[in-house]
Design a protein around this ligand. Structure first.
Ligand code: PDD
Length: 286
């Protein structure tokens, strides 16, 4: 295990030393939330939006945000290597309780953990990936970035076992999202992504793509996508902070269009890479 510096409950310590109690509610119940925040050249990308989503996730699980924006920034910045593209993993649980009881403990201090890892460029990006559709077996609070990810990991593993890199989830015949990503499709020349509701995580990458599409005069709608529409789409992409924008070239063992990454993906990915560079060069205040 890489022995890097991590943050745990007010201290910077090595990963090997970082320990939590077995009575932590995160361990016993999966009672917590998390964020994954990319950083390019030491600059946290869309930090404000990630903190807003964290705030929403905490509100949904009825846990107070332990820190202000300025305090979060002060906590996270020392973990970053300014010469690398990295991402912060940040987790907050309801803390350690004296006994295992479903009810919220009184006066428990939240457990706060953060670590930083290098972003490894996703190997399948330029060639595209295979994906499989699967019934969305998750709960009704998918808009919270909860650490309770058992359904997501089972779905992702099912996809991997079928030689596919992502599961695209279907609920009542409509696409929700990927097991760990949002979904875009190009249908009749228009870029479409499912609207934000409690069936999907409001992805920050998704928001950036919508913004870039608008700036570049690319027609784009936030609309439901039926399974039939997905199956006959000209392009399909999955998006996330760690993988960025990945074209899907095979869905359920059938090629998507000609089985190669599409022209709109290439265009939007170029816009995305230029935007990242621009954010870095302008050194937007984080
Ligand atoms: N997950 N939907 C789900 C279920 C996700 O887990 C993720 C990302 C996204 C994309 O959100 P964003 O663009 O803000 O990364 C959508 C992260 C990367 C993870 O769990 O590691």
């Amino acid at each position: 295990m890489e022995n890097k510096l991590v943050y745990l409950n007010g201290q910077y310590i090595s990963l090997n030393e970082a320990k939590i109690s077995v009575m932590d509610r995160g361990f016993l119940f999966g009672d917590g939330v998390y964020e994954v925040i990319p950083s390019y050249y030491g600059h946290l990308f869309h930090f404000q939006q990630h903190l807003e989503r964290l705030e929403n996730s905490l509100t949904i699980i009825r846990l107070a945000n332990p820190y202000s924006r300025e305090q979060w920034q002060k906590i996270l910045l020392p973990l970053l290597d300014v010469n690398q593209n990295q991402y912060i993993y940040l987790q907050i649980t309801r803390g350690v309780a004296p006994k295992r009881d479903h009810a919220f403990p009184e006066n428990a201090l939240p457990t706060v953990f953060a670590m930083c890892s290098n972003i490894v460029p996703f190997a399948g990006k330029d060639l595209g990936i295979k994906a499989v559709t699967m019934p969305d077996s998750r709960w009704k609070l998918c808009h919270a970035k909860a650490i309770t990810l058992l359904a997501n990991i089972l779905l992702r593993q099912d996809a991997l076992d079928q030689d596919s890199a992502e599961a695209i989830l279907i609920k009542d015949n409509y696409v929700t999202e990927g097991a760990a990503s949002n979904v875009f499709a190009v249908i009749d020349g228009i870029l479409v992504t499912p609207p934000k509701d409690c069936n999907i995580l409001p992805g920050i990458t998704r928001d950036v793509i919508l913004e870039l599409a608008q700036q570049n005069h690319i027609a784009c709608h936030e609309e439901p996508i039926s399974l039939e529409q997905l199956k006959s789409a000209d392009e399909i992409w999955v998006t996330s902070s760690t993988r960025e924008i990945i074209p899907v070239v095979e869905l359920d063992s059938k090629p998507v269009a000609n089985g190669r990454p599409g022209a709109l993906w290439r265009h939007l990915d170029q816009c995305f890479q230029a935007y990242k560079k621009d954010c870095h060069e302008r050194r937007n205040p984080v």
